[in-house]
Structures are given as C-alpha cells and as structure tokens.
Design a protein around this ligand. Structure first.
Ligand SMILES: [Zn+2]
Ligand SMILES: [Zn+2]
Length: 417
C-alpha cells in the first residue's frame, strides 16, 4: 500500500510556524538544565581530553583510544540505524528475536547516547507524522519551523535536544506503543546503563590496563565517540531535511546520495520518508550501493535472528517514482485557455499511462507469486509420487509375505495330517 497523497502542498507544509527561538517559551518549551549540562560537559571533555590524547598521550594509548573511538562510533551508529530506527520505530521486520533485543537494549544502543530506545522511537514516530497528517508542530526536530535555514539547521541538529518539549497526547501514545519488556526495562534504567557503558566501563578498562594514563585515554575515546555519533545521527534530521537533489519527492525529506556517515540513513532519506516501513533505505541500484545498514538487516535475517522483512513492492516503488516524475514538472505559469486544455489532456494521458504501468507491474508480481505457489505445489507433487511408489512397493511386499505365510500354513497342515 502506498502512502496516501498529502492533503497539503509542500509550500504549505514548509511554512514557518515560529519566528525566533525566543517564541518557543510561549508555546510550552523550556531549556532542560540537566541535558544542557550533560551535552556541554561531554563536548568540553571530548575537546580537552581529545587534544590531550592526540598531542600528549603515549603513542600506544593514542592508538588504543583511536580504536575505542571508532568502535564506539560504529556501534552507536549502527544501533541507531538498525535497531532504534528500522526495527523498532518503523517495524521493518515482523519479528525481532530476543538475542537482538538483548544485545541492543543492554549494550549497543547505549553507545548512541540519544536517550532510551523507547524515547527515541516515540520522538521519531512524531517526526514522520508531518508526512502522514501534516502536524509539523509535533515533529520534535522539524527543519521547517523557522523562517531561515540557519535557525532551522541549529534547531533540528542540536537545539531541539536541549529543550523540554510540551507534553502531548500524541507523544504519550507514541511512547506507550513500544512495550517489549526489554525496551521498557532499558527505558527505566537508561541513566545507570549510560553511566556504566559510557563512563565507568571505558575508564575501568583503561585504568586496569594502564593506570591513570589508560583511564584518561579511554575516557577521551568515549567522549569523542559520543560526540561523533550524536552529530552523525543529527545530520539526518538537519542536513537531509534541508538539502538534497531529488525533485518531486512528496515527503518532508530529500535524497542527497552523498551523506554516507549515518550508514544508509543519510543519503536516501527522501525514499525512507516516502515508504518508512521498508527495511531498505533507498530504492533501486543506488539504494543497494549506499545502504550498509541493509546488509546488517539481511545478515540478521539470514541467521534467523529477525524474520519477515517488510519492503515496498515493485509496483509501490514504481508508483512513488512516477508521482515524483510528474511532480518534477511543477505547475505552469499563465497560459491561454487552449494551451491549458491541451495540457489537461496531456496530464490525463500521463496519469492513465502511469496507472497502466503500475497495474501491469502489479499483475507481473501477482503472476510471479502464483508461479511460486505452483512451483511449490509441483515440488509437493513430486514428493507425493515418490511416496506413492513406495506405498505400492509396500503393498506388493506385504501381499507376497501374506501368501508365503498361507503357504507355510498349508505345508504345516499336510505334515501333521
Ligand atoms: Zn527524517
Ligand atoms: Zn524514519
């Protein structure tokens, strides 16, 4: 099923709703002191400890810190794209196994340092709401609330995370939807889990292996990893909603085909917004080439750790692509009545042809499905024929055995007669 056509135009959707950050206070927003201090401290520590790591620390610890930093960045990024985003927020697969839930909730997702999975998923569902029902005031990291690109960039990229947002029924509903026991457990203990994995764990390992030098080196790596993974994810909310190359995209995001940092989420974000349930991020060949997270989903599927991949069918993809092509044309300027009538006719023809194309593709898909069912039935028939042959052989065997037994009885009668 394709996403429903929007009721509002892109211009209406992207109309600013606030003029300045100052106005936010009148609408129930307030700076969250705890989060401001946390984010400022992590950034300052990353800067100071990072400078120490790369200018003064012993070379061995500089390399150990760098490896830790890269591992932190990778684990934090993939846990966001693969688990929090595709598997949990968008239900990109029908079944996620317990080991996957355990791995990400107890360990990996903590390294993204972006709030619990439950909170992340609730906010991200509201982020997509603008494409479903147009309520962009609910999108926590909207890149169209303000009249200029700078404010929109600053808000969607970082400032949104520094504010307590007004509580809404929609957020509460979205938050309550994710009820897996491990997701709820992680939400409850998120503060302690973060303190352990982001602070105590690297510092403890560093101290055990190299005293205070090791402690500072791995603390530096952990802070650098935290800052890098946060900004990496935040670019998806800011960059891909502000700049891109795909004309005619009907959602609030765009494809830019270049931003690979977020492991697949950054470059085809427009495709993702046009079909969010898809386990892939990006249609066609470029989707294959630029979406590393897709390989991770496929690997989990091959190992049986997730089951039932959701994806747009070929005809749903064709519908999206065709509508983009038509939207690329835009609306014409003032033209004569005659020219306008001709244009209407051409438009009608194009729409009819689009529908015929999509229907033809849907028919091919239906036939392929039937052919697979028949193939399965044929394979089943071959098994049946094999069983039949064995059953017939068994009949002959038992019949012969019976006649032999009768013969033995007859012979017995003759001997003792
Ligand atoms: Zn988005
Ligand atoms: Zn999404």
């Amino acid at each position: 099923m394709t996403t429903k056509p929007q009721a509002m135009t892109a211009t209406e959707r992207d109309k600013p709703i606030y003029k300045t950050f100052g106005e936010l206070a009148d609408h129930g927003f307030s700076l969250a002191p705890g989060i401001c201090i946390f984010i400022a401290s992590v950034h300052t520590s990353a800067l100071v400890l990072g400078m120490w790591l790369y200018t003064m620390a012993p070379v061995d610890w500089m390399w150990a810190g760098t490896l830790w930093f890269i591992a932190h960045f990778f684990i934090g990024s993939i846990s966001t794209t693969l688990y929090s985003h595709r598997l949990i927020t968008h239900n990109a697969v029908k079944h996620v196994s317990l080991p996957v839930h355990l791995f990400f909730n107890v360990f990996a997702q903590i390294f993204s340092v972006q709030g619990s999975v439950r909170r992340w998923a609730a906010n991200h569902s509201l982020h997509h709401g603008v494409d479903r029902h147009g309520k962009k005031e609910l999108d926590p990291y909207s890149a169209t609330w303000f009249p200029d690109a700078l404010r929109n960039f600053l808000w969607s990229h970082t400032l949104t995370h520094l504010y307590d947002h007004p509580q809404t029924e929609e957020y509460q509903r979205s938050h309550n939807v994710k009820r897996h026991p491990l997701i709820m457990w992680q939400d409850r203990w998120y503060g302690l889990l973060t303190t352990f994995w982001i602070f105590f764990f690297p510092m403890g390992v560093g101290f055990a292996l190299g005293g205070f030098t090791g402690l500072f080196a791995l603390a530096a790596a952990s802070m650098l990893g935290t800052v890098a993974v946060q900004h990496n994810t935040w670019t998806v909310n800011s960059v891909t909603h502000l700049w891109g190359f795909t004309d005619g995209i009907k959602s609030s995001a765009s494809n830019n085909y270049v931003w690979l940092g977020p492991l697949g989420e950054g470059n085809h974000h427009g495709d993702h917004h046009d079909f969010p349930r898809d386990y892939r991020n990006g249609f066609g060949m470029s989707g294959w080439l630029l979406d590393p997270t897709r390989y991770a989903v496929l690997l989990l599927n091959a190992l049986g750790l997730v089951k039932g991949l959701n994806r747009a069918s070929k005809h749903e993809e064709a519908e999206i692509v065709a509508l983009r092509k038509l939207a690329e044309l835009g609306t014409p300027g003032p033209i004569t009545r005659e020219a306008s009538a001709l244009r209407d006719q051409l438009e009608k023809t194009a729409l009819t042809l689009k529908n015929e194309w999509v229907e033809a593709l849907a028919h091919v898909e239906k036939l392929k499905k039937q052919s697979k069912l028949l193939q399965r039935a044929e394979a089943g028939r071959q098994d049946l024929l094999r069983d039949l042959e064995l059953a017939q052989q068994a009949v002959i065997k038992h019949k012969e055995a019976f006649y032999e037994a009768v013969e033995r009885l007859r012979a017995h009668g003759e001997v003792y007669a």
